[in-house]
Design a protein around this ligand. Structure first.
Ligand code: KIV
Ligand code: ZN
Length: 385
């Protein structure tokens, strides 16, 4: 089966989330957990952006052994030098150089003509390739770039020494079909494309980052970029854990493998959430608190009979102990009886009926009935009879 490499940018693009500012020791803690999770490449930061980030990348590069550690650089020599200084001691290192290629970015941000952009990209990649074997080049805002120009500049940077070509959907503008077409177009129109790995990097402004990444995999990219919990600029990046679990559950469709240890999923998500302060929405796929919670009686009854009735992901697979039966107003007698038995309450039919009725009365006032509530109801003499 084909391998897809996972490029994690939680510590760079993820840290660009408004309000997030990780201390170097927190970045290191996340980096070590990402290594356990099994990502192939981690973008540890943007060394030229601040001395603090330079130090963080340097510490990570020294501590991480199995994962390739890369740093981000604009297409300027001083940025490339900063990345080199920060990651030179890593077991496996690399650099990620980028330059914008869309008409909007070239005209208003870079104030450069397309020809000058090609020249700057080629110079930067040639310079980076003197120090690094692993040079990734990104065409920022690729999805709003003109496709023939994109093909042209990619051909030139491959000749200059790039080993990975990334096509970012920088502003989360593309759709799955369009992104898949772009990747196919580049694969067909860049003559030397076989020399490199293609990579997808999606943002979530229109809520399609994960779908776009999966479409890219179907179109043949060999690397997927994203962040844990989907944190990142504006609406964030593609959620790596969602992509990875989708690849596992729908292997029949995607037919690819990753090096990820799925059992580390929830632990990694919790750590990133705790250290960044970015709360994971309760209903978020895979890692939300409710992702494996069943509340309604019909669902609870089904899951108690056979989990696959209402669960497509096995919670143990992502590192949870089990699913969760939430006792609320929609819960039925089966789930209630099971919870009572788990608590050591083996009631006769009469007691069971009374306790269930007291529980239902309580749900009028309380959304979720806890174990303490059940014990309190038991102490109520009207239940004990
Ligand atoms: O989204 C983007 O374009 C980026 C680049 C720096 C690769 O994060
Ligand atoms: Zn990005």
């Amino acid at each position: 089966m084909r391998k897809v490499e996972i490029f994690d940018t939680t510590l760079r693009d993820g840290e660009q989330s408004a309000g997030v500012n990780l201390h170097p020791h927190e970045k290191l803690e996340i980096a070590l957990q990402l290594e356990k999770y099994g990502v192939d490449i981690m973008e540890a930061g943007f060394p030229a952006s601040s001395y603090g980030d330079f130090q963080a990348v340097q510490q990570i590069a020294k501590a991480v052994k199995k994962t390739r550690v890369v740093g981000l650089a604009r297409s300027i020599k001083s940025d490339i030098d900063a990345v080199y200084e920060a990651v030179k001691d890593a077991e496996k290192n690399g650099i990620h150089v980028f330059l914008a290629t869309s008409p909007i970015h070239m005209e208003y941000k870079l104030k450069k003509k397309p020809k000058e952009v090609v020249e700057a990209a080629v110079n930067a990649v040639q310079y980076a390739a003197k120090y690094f074997e692993h040079v990734q080049w990104s065409a920022e805002d690729a999805t709003r770039s003109e496709w023939p120009f994109l093909a042209h500049i990619i051909e030139k940077v491959i000749d200059a020494g790039a080993k990975v070509i990334n096509l970012p959907d920088t502003v989360g503008y593309t759709t799955p079909d369009e992104y898949a077409h772009l990747i196919t177009y580049i694969s067909k129109h860049v003559p030397n494309i076989d020399k490199v790995k293609l990579s997808a990097h999606c943002h979530d402004d229109l809520g399609m980052a994960v779908s776009n990444s999966l479409a890219a995999i179907k179109s043949g990219v060999g690397q997927i970029e994203g962040t844990i919990n989907g944190i990142g600029e504006r609406a964030g990046n593609a959620s790596l854990e969602e992509i990875i679990v989708a690849l596992q559950i729908r292997k029949d469709i995607y037919q690819v493998e990753t090096n990820i240890d799925l059992k580390q999923t929830v632990r990694t998500s919790n750590l990133v959430s705790r250290l960044t302060g970015m709360i994971v929405p309760q209903n978020k796929a895979v890692v939300g608190a409710n992702a494996f919670a069943h509340e309604s009686g019909i669902h609870q009854d089904g899951v108690l009979k056979n989990k696959s009735t209402y669960e497509v992901i096995n919670p143990e697979m992502v590192g949870l102990n089990s699913n969760k039966m939430v006792l609320g107003k929609h819960s039925g007698g089966h789930a209630f009886k099971q919870r009572c038995e788990e608590l050591g309450l083996f009631l006769n039919e009469e007691e069971g009926k009374k306790l269930f009725s007291a529980f239902k009365d309580l749900t009028v006032k309380k959304k979720e009935v806890t174990e303490d509530d059940i014990f309190a109801l038991m102490m109520d003499s009207s239940v004990k009879g």
